[in-house]
Design a protein around this ligand. Structure first.
Ligand code: ADP
Ligand code: MG
Length: 395
């Protein structure tokens, strides 16, 4: 079912509470914002509301202040950066709720914005306390959620508040829902899912759900070795999740039952340790030496995976194929990213490290969509209903 967005509502003159994801990384030395991408990504939604004559009340969390005021987690740097980007002063409210905040909002002109302090300064936020959610709601006439990255959390500002106000999504969430939601509900086929990264435990739910939908599943990265071991292969000192070998076996069986093609590495780049100085050598997947670890997919595997990606109409990729942070183990990740970039089908990246790998390669613009959520994207791909989205009004 599709959700209402800011396109579907009248905002002129209204006080609009907008939940953003301003959880930006700060420099450890001087506390300045080291990457303002999340702030810039929220601008289309904010500008749409401002130019529509709304009185915009912005709110977000930052870090984990444990439910009390903590200067270290103030949103002051965010208010300053927002002011620069919007070209007028966005004042930071002295608190999240309370009389002083209400007064500031009452004085707000249409087409102007104010930023509330860090919502996690109240322990009621993460507890999704109804009274706190109502206090947030009472400040506004419309609620807009645009924080996809926290949509898997049922907190007061991400879900609870929607019980008391008309609730719609902003452009960021709207795009996540239409691109990822569209791809998994009515995929253009063949639909290929590529899963990599470090841990089987992080991704097994996603693999399980995608086996219901995809035509092919490709496995790489650190978790591939648990799958190789599940098939009785020697994996040397590679990463292995002993407790999930059975789960891996079941996934391989499920793929067979469902007629989903299941690709695992046929050769791997090995070394004695995760280090730029370690000597890298490629072995077939059934000949991994006992004293070495697999740190990337090999040339033959890359070729195989490229061919599968080339024929796909939809590709979803989550998790690097190897330890891409080190140049000599980055070839597999690069091959997958390049093949996706060259594809004319729908290409979606979910996952922080995969997105940063594509970014480093200068391929971000060549993808249909790079998801802004980490955990939220994974839960969405797992087929779990996200509370922050479920709470919004249906169309
Ligand atoms: P994403 O953020 O895209 O979801 P993950 O966080 O699951 O990806 O995994 C990324 C991490 O996995 C990277 O730090 C990478 O170095 C690591 N990794 C990939 N392949 C291997 C491997 N063969 N052995 C150990 N670690 C690996
Ligand atoms: Mg990661």
């Amino acid at each position: 079912m599709s959700k209402k967005s800011i396109r579907d509502v009248e905002v002129s003159g209204k006080k609009v509470l907008v939940r953003c994801d301003f959880n930006v990384p700060l420099s450890k030395t001087d506390g300045s914002i080291s990457d303002d991408k999340r702030i810039r990504e929220s601008l289309p939604t904010i500008k749409h509301l401002l130019s529509g004559g709304a009185r915009v009340i912005l709110c977000s969390h930052m870090g984990r202040p444990k439910g009390e005021f903590n200067e270290k987690y103030t949103l002051k740097p965010v208010a300053e950066r927002l002011s620069e980007l919007l070209g007028f002063e966005v004042p930071l409210a002295p608190d999240v709720i309370g009389d002083k905040v209400t007064a500031l909002i009452d004085a707000l002109e249409p087409g102007r914005a104010v930023l509330l302090e860090n919502v996690r300064f109240y322990k009621e936020e993460e507890k999704n306390d109804p009274a706190f959610a109502k206090k947030l709601a009472d400040m506004a006439e419309l609620y807009v959620n645009d924080a996809f990255g926290t949509a898997h959390r049922a907190h007061a500002s991400t879900a609870g508040v929607a019980s008391y106000l008309p609730a719609v999504c902003g452009f960021l969430i709207e795009k996540e829902l239409s691109v990822i939601g569209g791809a998994i509900s009515e995929p253009k086929r063949p639909f290929v899912a590529i899963l990599g990264g470090a841990k089987v435990s992080d991704k097994i739910g996603v693999i399980d759900n995608l086996l219901n939908i995809a035509d092919a599943v490709i496995i790489g990265g650190g978790m591939a070795y648990t799958f190789l071991k599940a098939q009785g292969l020697e994996i040397g000192t590679s990463l292995c999740d002993e407790e999930r070998i059975d789960v891996a076996k079941k996934a391989i069986e499920k793929a067979k039952e469902k007629g989903v093609k299941f690709y695992m590495p046929i050769d791997v780049v090995c070394a004695s340790e995760i280090s730029a100085d370690a000597e890298a050598k490629t072995f077939d997947a059934d000949k991994i030496p006992a004293d070495l670890m697999g740190l990337d997919i090999g040339e033959k595997t890359r070729k195989l995976y490229e061919d599968v990606i080339k024929d796909a109409k939809t590709v979803i990729w989550n998790g690097p194929m190897g330890v891409f942070e080190i140049d000599k183990f980055s070839g597999g990740t690069r091959a997958v990213a390049n093949a996706m970039a060259a594809s004319e089908g729908i290409t979606i990246i979910g996952g922080g490290d995969s997105a940063s790998a594509a970014g480093k390669l200068g391929l971000a613009d060549k993808m249909t969509h790079i998801s802004t959520g980490g955990g939220a994207t994974l839960e969405y791909l797992e087929g779990i209903e996200l509370p922050g989205i479920a709470a919004l009004n249906d169309k």
